[in-house]
Design a protein around this ligand. Structure first.
Ligand SMILES: [Zn+2]
Length: 127
């Protein structure tokens, strides 16, 4: 569960999730919201990360149609940073300490057209 999860955050996640569910059929965000029951905060070719109203970070893999709780600290951090960037209502989720700009991509998250492998595209690394 996300540290310092509050009922206020749960309410915001539910509202944003409902908006994602109202998107046109076929959108990656809507599909991830339907399958996880949560709010998609990050997605790439391999799957999606979502935050549920109960404060869990889950991963949806469309290829094998599975939903699993994320245990990896790096991917948890990706979910929190992306959630705070994508949804202003979730700004409080941004990790406040323990991060520094990625030295491989200088904080951009990209190296040329590719996603930076070192920071997984978030532009930040754990200290
Ligand atoms: Zn990087």
């Amino acid at each position: 569960m996300i540290e310092a999860w509050t009922e206020e955050l749960a309410t915001r996640v539910r509202a944003l999730r409902d908006a994602a569910l109202a998107e046109p059929a076929g959108s990656a965000r809507r599909e991830a919201a339907e399958r996880t029951g949560g709010l998609p905060v990050y997605w790439d070719a391999g799957g999606s990360l979502a935050i549920t109203a109960s404060g869990e970070i889950v991963e949806y893999s469309p290829e094998d149609d599975t939903v699993a709780v994320v245990r990896d600290p790096g991917w948890k951090r990706v979910a929190l940073v992306k959630a705070s960037e994508r949804y202003k209502e979730l700004h409080a989720l941004r990790p406040r300490d323990g991060v520094r700009p990625c030295d491989a991509c200088h904080g951009s998250g990209k190296i040329g057209p590719a996603t930076c492998a070192r920071c997984q595209g978030i532009g930040w690394l754990a200290v």
